[in-house]
Write a protein that binds this ligand. Structure first.
Ligand code: A2P
Ligand code: MG
Ligand code: MG
Ligand code: MG
Length: 357
């Protein structure tokens, strides 16, 4: 008797849902006014973020009605702004996958605008240590999205706080796994031919990449981190936004490690995907303020994809990221992702520079 691969249905639905949402975000980037509004923390959100969240939650609700969902956005601002809401509804009702069979698997279209708002708000779960929890960032790196740089559509499944499935769609990364890591250089990075990658991982089954929008889901190729012996030739990536990660400390760390290449700055979980496929080696995210707590939707997929590709991911204290404490990584501080063979060395220097030892 043959048994299906673990989480194969969850993986298939997550991949299709991310693909469909990326069709919407690309339409927003190319075709329409972005409908950008500023949230209470002064970060931007666009009609692309809301629309992508509605489409993905619709697919999750259809397939896994019992599961909890922790997603970044909420519909409150749309309930008090009918014009914004109807702009999003125009997009959501007119975005579908080409294959009607695949659309059927996702449960088809959202019935009406009011249902769309309710779907967006289903992402309000508190998360936690028990049961099945999906975590969703409909557009990770909204600033990158707006400037035509890197962004990602990110979905992961946690079971009892442990990441089991991670899917990250990166519309602006080159398809070629061996393309060198380049800085987020604005309009040069947009989803022209040859761009758009879907990274996936299932716990214990490895990590893959495939083109985001064309071909069969089964076409994923195994990816792995670059075996690295000499840190002098390593490349490391970090946030574009200086407010998200301390870039002067990372420069000191790189220097102490003997890394000679300048950091590659890119937005979003595209950083995790890029190191997982060996386009880069190390991802450093160093806390800028004691008060900011990283969000689980910003890391769950990337954490699994890097670990399944042969990497180690910890915080600056050396602890694994704990996705079971709620909507944020309240018990962690920063992120250090690197190939297993060099992670301890990198962490040691991080702790030295941060004064943690
Ligand atoms: N003060 C902050 N510190 C760290 N990350 C932040 C902060 N404010 C927003 N973010 C989130 O950081 C992520 C982008 O990180 P990166 O710097 O790696 O591109 C995004 O998820 C962004 O949210 P958003 O999803 O709204 O873009
Ligand atoms: Mg945001
Ligand atoms: Mg994010
Ligand atoms: Mg986001």
């Amino acid at each position: 008797m043959s048994t299906a691969a673990p989480y194969s249905r969850e993986l298939q639905i997550a991949q299709l849902a991310v693909q469909r949402a990326a069709i919407l975000t690309k339409r927003v980037f190319h075709d329409s006014a972005k409908g950008t509004v500023s949230k209470s923390d002064a970060s931007p959100v666009t009609i692309g973020d809301f629309g992508a969240q509605a489409l993905i939650i619709s697919a999750l609700k259809h397939n896994f009605p019992q599961d909890q969902i922790v997603a970044e956005e909420e519909a409150a601002a749309l309930r008090s702004d009918g014009a914004l809401s109807s702009q999003i509804w125009d997009l959501v009702k007119s975005t579908s996958l080409e294959s009607s069979e695949a659309e059927g698997l996702l449960g088809g279209s959202v019935p009406d605008e009011s249902a769309m708002l309710d779907l967006i708000d289903l992402g309000n779960s508190a998360g936690g240590r028990s049961g099945r929890v999906w975590t969703l960032d409909p557009i990770d790196g909204t600033k990158g999205f707006l400037r035509g740089g890197q962004y990602a559509v990110c979905l992961a499944l946690l079971e009892d706080g442990d990441v089991k499935v991670g899917v990250i769609g990166c519309p602006n990364l080159p398809v070629d796994d061996s393309a060198p890591l380049t800085a987020d250089i604005g309009s040069n990075a947009t989803d022209a031919t040859g761009r758009g990658v879907l990274f996936s991982a299932v716990k214990g089954e490895g990590a893959t990449s495939r083109p985001l929008t064309v071909g069969d889901l089964a076409d994923g190729k195994k990816i792995s981190m670059k075996p690295i012996t000499d840190l002098a030739s390593a490349s490391f990536c970090e946030s574009v936004e200086a407010g998200h990660s301390n870039q002067s400390e990372s420069a000191q760390i790189a220097q102490k490690l003997g890394i000679t290449n300048p950091s590659v700055r890119m937005d979003s979980q595209a950083k995790y995907g890029s190191i997982a496929r060996g386009a880069g080696d190390i991802y450093l995210r160093l806390p800028t303020s004691k008060s900011y707590q990283e969000k689980i939707w910003d890391h769950a997929g990337g954490d699994l994809i890097v670990r399944e590709a042969g990497g180690e991911v910890t915080d600056t204290k050396g602890n694994r990221l704990d996705f079971g404490v709620g909507r944020t990584l309240a018990s962690n501080s920063g992120v250090i992702a690197a190939p297993k063979a060099v992670h301890a060395k990198v962490l040691d220097v991080v702790q030295e520079v941060l004064g943690l030892k």
